[in-house]
Design a protein around this ligand. Structure first.
Ligand code: NAG
Length: 419
């Protein structure tokens, strides 16, 4: 078996068996085939066998790759992109570099922070966006034929959510069994360091957290959102699920419990420029509440549930943030396609302690994050831009926190701006 990941969904045994069978034709043992090099090859087939062949030629390394940290011996890496499904020049540039970095770090999975397909998700299983915004972007290299664990963004839930779920059956790597679900990665020697990934759906949580006096009917996109997936009731059910999954994962010895979703628990972005209207500042400059969500309640719920880190998107930037009240880390990688913009990080207050890092991106720039976990149990964070330059490196250490009295500021033990 070449698989480093383990499926833990008991409700999903069939999919698990399919994934294991697929790994018999593992992308990592693909046969070199000169015809499949480079951009623009035909990816129309979703047949598992034909797609597994011929991607062994490593993608060219970008100039920036000389500064990439070496891969750690027993480290397991995974990539994080969001707000990508737009099929533009920026997405293609970021995808190329992502492929090279995925190869360099031999990543085990890709998680997405949603907005997989703009502007309204997909319409059906036959939607050409599956090809244009996913297959044709990320098929340059074997290294990207690993499990993809997508979350749903607010654009995705405006379309056919079931079609994104059903696409898992057509794809050897797209693995979305439900609007929210759990996956695990095992790192270090013998796979002893477990990373539990709770892939969450933030539009229903937003509905759930909406205060009584805020009419959910008025939120952005509500009129076209999938009502079942994004309702208050769905949010309540999901929150209970998050709590039980997180505590079970911790009981089972997970070192890291990571939530992956679209709208961030904390952000430095200022969305007022867009006229979203409802931006409010609660609890300090780092907090915003786009529409009705994040006035601290998502943060509080994740902290209460014992989640260590949230990986998010929505804001088209790269940000590494710590909550001033809890030390909780939120990492935003939302610049893999759609109009990366510095305006998404306007609200940064350099005097604010919780500000850690935000990339200085202009329109047309982009980037992504790669994380690594190894024997030492540390959670390594790396941001790359669309030229492959390493922008930021940091190391999160859960153990830093354990002996400290509040106020807890702990996760970022080491951080270093690289470019
Ligand atoms: C990459 O990871 C796979 C397991 O997912 C492993 O079988 C393979 O040997 C690794 N390749 C390299 C070059 O480290």
């Amino acid at each position: 078996m070449t698989t480093k990941f383990m499926m833990m969904m008991t409700t999903n045994l069939l999919l698990m068996m399919m994934m294991m069978m697929m790994h018999a034709t593992s992308p990592h043992v693909g046969v070199a085939d000169a015809f499949f090099q480079g951009w623009g090859r035909d990816t129309s087939s979703t047949d598992i066998n034909s797609r597994s062949a011929g991607r062994a030629v490593p993608p060219p390394k970008p100039a920036g790759a000389s500064s990439w940290p070496a891969k750690g011996e027993n480290d397991v890496y995974f990539a994080h992109i969001s707000d990508f499904g737009v099929n533009n020049r920026n997405q293609r540039k970021v995808a190329k570099v992502l492929g090279a970095a995925a190869h360099h770090y031999n990543i085990s999975a890709v998680v997405t922070g949603g907005d997989n397909f703009y502007p309204d998700g997909v319409a059906s299983l036959r939607d050409p966006r599956f090809r244009a915004c996913f297959e044709e972007q990320y098929s340059d290299t074997d290294a990207l034929f690993v499990p993809w664990w997508p979350s749903l963004g607010d654009h995705d839930v405006c379309g056919n959510v079931q079609a994104q779920i059903d696409y898992s059956k057509n794809s050897e790597r797209w693995d979305m069994p439900a609007p929210y679900y759990m996956r695990t990665l095992q790192a270090g020697k013998g796979g002893k360091v477990v990373v539990a990934l709770l892939i969450i759906e933030t539009s229903s949580l937003e509905a759930y957290f909406a205060p009584e006096d805020q009419d959910i009917e008025n939120r952005r996109f509500q009129y076209k959102m999938d009502k079942q997936v994004t309702s208050k009731e769905a949010g309540a059910r999901q929150l209970a699920w998050i709590k039980s999954q997180a505590s079970e994962a911790r009981r089972n010895g997970a070192e890291w419990i990571v939530a992956v979703g679209h709208k961030p628990a904390i952000t430095a972005a200022n969305r007022q420029w867009r006229g979203d209207g409802a931006t409010r500042e609660l609890g300090g400059r780092m907090w915003y509440a786009e529409a009705v969500l994040v006035n601290g309640q998502l943060h509080d719920a994740l902290v209460d549930a014992g989640v260590d880190v949230m990986l998010a998107g929505h804001d088209h930037s790269l940000q590494h943030l710590e909550s001033p009240k809890s030390g909780f880390t939120t990492i935003i990688s939302g610049a893999a396609g759609y109009g990366a913009s510095q305006r998404s990080a306007l609200n940064i207050d350099p005097e604010h302690e919780s500000y850690v890092y935000a990339a200085d991106l202009d329109d047309g720039d982009g980037g992504f994050a790669i994380y690594g976990v190894g024997d030492d149990g540390l959670f390594k964070v790396m941001f790359f831009d669309e030229e492959g330059r390493l922008l930021w490196r940091a190391t999160l250490n859960r153990k830093c926190s354990r002996d400290e009295a509040p106020p807890i500021r702990h996760y970022r033990c080491v951080g270093e701006r690289s470019a």
